[in-house]
Write a protein that binds this ligand. Structure first.
Ligand code: NAP
Length: 530
C-alpha cells in the first residue's frame, strides 16, 4: 500500500501560502451566554492567535439581533476572528433551521475584518439566496466535517466538495487508525501543492492528534485548540497553552525532527512535557508528540512501516527514533532489524533508534530504574523483593540481578512469575508469602495504588507485611505518594517513588537520539509541571 501516489514527501514544500505563519492557534469560544463568552475571550487571548466565535453555542442569541451580538463580541477580541454558526448535523451545538441559518448569515456576512466559516454544502444555498456576488469570498472558510470516519478518497473529496471561490477550505475528519493518519499526511501534501486556496486540515480523535500539532507546519492556516474552559469543539483538541508552551508549535516546520510516544493510552503522558522542554532548552529543532497506536489491529505494523522504518517511511518529516510504551513494548520486537544487548536480555523495547537504514530496539527502563535506586541504596548482596511479574518487573529483575542483588519475585500469577524467575535465575513466590523482615528492599512493579486504577487506595501487600524492610521503591509516579509509600514512611522505612525513574529513562532516550545530555532537574521540573 502506498500513500504516496502523486508526489514524494522529499519534495514537500508546505504552504508558504499561509498569510501569517506566526499565527497558528485558533481558540473556539463555546459559551452559552454573552457574559460567559466575554470572559472566555479574555481568558483565550494570551495564548490564541485567532478567536473562533461559535455563535451556535450562544443560548441567548436573539435571531433578530445576530449582527449586533457578533459585533459586540468581535469588539472584545484583540485577535483575528472567525465567525461560525454550525448546525447540529455538522457537529454544531444545536438544531438550526435552514431559514435561521440564511437569516443569520444575511445579517452577518457584511461585517468587516472577520472571516466566516461556512459549511461547504451550505454555500450553494447562500449563493442561491444572496447571489454569488454578495458573498465575501476572500473571507470565507468553506468547511467539511466527517465525524464518523476518514473517507477513503480524501483527494476526491477535496476536489469535489469545496467551492472553488472560497479563500480557505477546512476539512476535519475522524481518525481511528494509523492508516487514517497517513491518509491525512498525504492530504496535507496534496493541499500544500495546490496554490488556489489556503487550507485547514485536521484529524479528529486520538490517532489524528499529531495533525493538530504539526498541521500549521505542514501548511494549515491554523490549528484549533480546546476552549479556555477545557471544553472541546471536536475530539482530540489540545489546550492552547500546551500547543504554545509544551509543543512550541510556532517554531515547527517541515525541517523539524519528529519523535514521540507510541502506545495506548498516551494522552496523559508526561513524556511530551519532558522531551519538548529538553529540546527547547538545547535549541534543538525537534518535537515530541503523542501517537496513539491501537493494539489488536495493523496499527503497530503500519506505524513502524509508514512512520518509522528508514527503508519504508512515507511521512513529511525526519526522525531519529520514538518511545514505546504499554501495550507495545514486546509486540514491536518482531518489526525491528535488531535489538541492543539490554533490550534482548529484558525482552522488551521502550526506545526505537533509527541508525542509517536500520531500526533498532533499545531499553532504557533498566538503567532508568537503577540510577535513582543505586544512588540511595547498596544493591550488591542485598535481598530485594520484586512485586509483580509484568513488563517493568522484567526490567527490574534484570537490572537487580546484573547488580548482584539477591532477587525474589512475588506475584499473583505463578505461571508468569515462574517464567520470569527462570529467565533470570531467581525464585518466585505468591504475594501472600512476602515478609518484609526477610529483605532489605522491595520494589512495587504492579499498578496497585496508581491514580486511575480500579482501586487506587489499595496496596500490593499489607502494612504488616512491610515490617522489617529498609527501603521500598514504588515505580508508580502518579501519585508520587502511593498508599504503599505512605504506609512505609509511617513505619520509618526509606522510600523512593517512580518519578525519578521516569525522568532517567527519558534522559537516556534523549541522549540516544540526540547525542546530547540534558540536566536531570530540567526534565524533572517539566515532568512535575505536566
Ligand atoms: P504490566 O506489564 O501490566 O504488569 C503489571 C503487573 O502487576 C503484572 O504482573 C500484574 O499481574 C500485576 N498486577 C496488576 N494488578 C494486580 C493486582 N490487583 N494484584 C496483584 N498483581 C497485580 O505493567 P508494567 O508496565 O510492569 O507497569 C507496572 C507499574 O509500574 C505501573 O503502575 C506503571 O505506571 C509503573 N511504571 C513506572 C515506570 C516509571 O518510569 N516510573 C516505568 C514502567 C512502569 P497479572 O500479570 O496477573 O495481570
Amino acid at each position: 500500500m502506498s500513500f504516496m501516489s502523486f508526489m514524494s514527501f522529499s519534495s514537500f514544500n508546505p504552504g508558504t501560502r499561509n498569510p501569517e505563519p506566526g499565527t497558528r492557534i485558533c481558540t473556539p469560544i463555546l459559551s452559552p451566554t454573552l457574559g460567559d463568552a466575554r470572559q472566555a475571550i479574555a481568558q483565550a487571548q494570551p495564548n490564541a492567535d485567532w478567536i473562533e466565535l461559535r455563535l451556535d453555542f450562544l443560548e441567548d442569541l436573539d435571531p433578530g439581533q445576530s449582527r449586533l451580538t457578533v459585533e459586540t463580541l468581535v469588539a472584545e477580541c484583540s485577535k483575528p476572528v472567525i465567525i461560525t454558526f454550525r448546525p447540529k448535523e455538522q457537529g454544531g451545538k444545536r438544531e438550526i433551521s435552514l431559514d435561521e441559518r440564511l437569516a443569520f448569515w444575511h445579517q452577518v456576512l457584511t461585517l468587516p475584518d472577520v472571516q466566516f466559516d461556512l459549511e461547504a454544502d451550505f454555500v450553494p444555498m447562500l449563493v442561491e439566496k444572496l447571489g454569488a456576488a454578495a458573498l465575501p469570498w476572500d473571507k470565507i472558510i468553506a468547511s467539511w466535517h466527517e465525524f464518523e470516519h476518514t473517507p477513503e478518497d480524501l483527494p476526491a473529496l477535496i476536489e469535489q466538495r469545496f467551492p472553488r471561490e472560497a479563500a480557505t477550505i477546512k476539512l476535519a475528519v475522524r481518525t481511528a487508525s494509523i492508516r487514517d493518519l497517513m491518509a491525512l499526511f498525504t492530504a496535507f501534501q496534496l493541499l500544500a501543492a495546490q496554490s488556489r486556496q489556503r487550507f485547514i486540515l485536521i484529524g479528529m480523535g486520538a490517532p489524528g492528534a499529531p495533525t493538530r500539532i504539526l498541521g500549521p507546519a505542514l501548511g494549515s492556516q491554523v490549528t484549533y485548540s480546546a476552549a479556555p474552559d477545557g471544553n472541546l469543539s471536536a475530539p482530540g483538541q489540545f489546550s492552547a497553552a500546551d500547543l504554545r508552551q509544551v509543543y512550541h508549535i510556532h517554531r515547527l516546520s517541515t525541517a523539524t525532527k519528529v519523535t514521540g510516544l507510541i502506545g495506548k493510552p498516551v494522552g496523559h503522558s508526561l513524556s511530551p512535557h519532558m522531551h519538548n522542554a529538553a529540546f527547547e532548552a538545547l535549541g534543538l529543532d525537534w518535537v515530541y508528540l503523542p501517537f496513539e497506536v491501537q493494539p489488536q489491529s495493523t496499527d503497530l505494523a503500519d506505524f513502524v512501516q509508514f512512520l518509522v522504518h528508514p527503508q519504508s517511511r512515507q511521512v513529511p518529516f525526519q526522525s531519529m527514533g520514538f518511545s514505546v510504551t504499554i501495550p507495545h513494548k514486546q509486540a514491536v520486537i518482531p518489526l525491528l532489524d535488531s535489538l541492543t544487548t539490554i533490550a534482548e536480555a529484558v525482552g522488551a523495547v521502550n526506545t526505537l533508534l533509527i541508525a542509517g537504514n536500520r531500526l533498532i530496539g533499545h531499553n532504557t527502563d533498566v538503567d532508568g530504574a537503577m540510577i535513582p535506586l543505586e544512588k540511595r541504596f547498596k544493591l550488591a548482596g542485598s535481598r530485594v523483593a520484586v512485586l509483580g511479574a509484568g513488563g517493568s518487573a522484567h526490567a527490574l529483575v534484570y537490572g537487580l540481578v546484573q547488580r548482584q542483588a539477591q532477587v525474589t519475585l512475588f506475584a499473583r500469577n505463578q505461571e508468569k512469575a515462574q517464567a520470569l524467575a527462570d529467565k533470570f535465575g531467581t525464585n518466585c513466590r505468591s504475594l501472600e508469602d512476602f515478609r518484609g523482615h526477610q529483605f532489605e528492599g522491595a520494589v512495587n512493579c504492579t499498578p496497585i495504588g496508581m491514580h486511575g486504577t480500579a482501586n487506587p487506595a489499595t496496596m500490593p501487600v499489607t502494612p504488616q507485611q512491610l515490617s522489617g524492610l529498609h527501603w521500598v521503591y514504588d515505580l508508580i509516579y502518579r501519585p508520587r505518594l502511593t498508599p504503599l509509600l505512605a504506609v512505609a514512611q509511617a513505619q520509618r522505612i526509606a522510600t523512593l517513588d517512580g518519578l525519578e525513574m521516569l525522568v532517567e529513562q527519558a534522559r537516556l532516550q534523549f541522549a540516544a537520539w540526540t547525542g546530547q545530555e540534558i540536566p536531570f532537574d530540567l526534565m524533572f521540573d517539566a515532568a512535575q509541571k505536566g
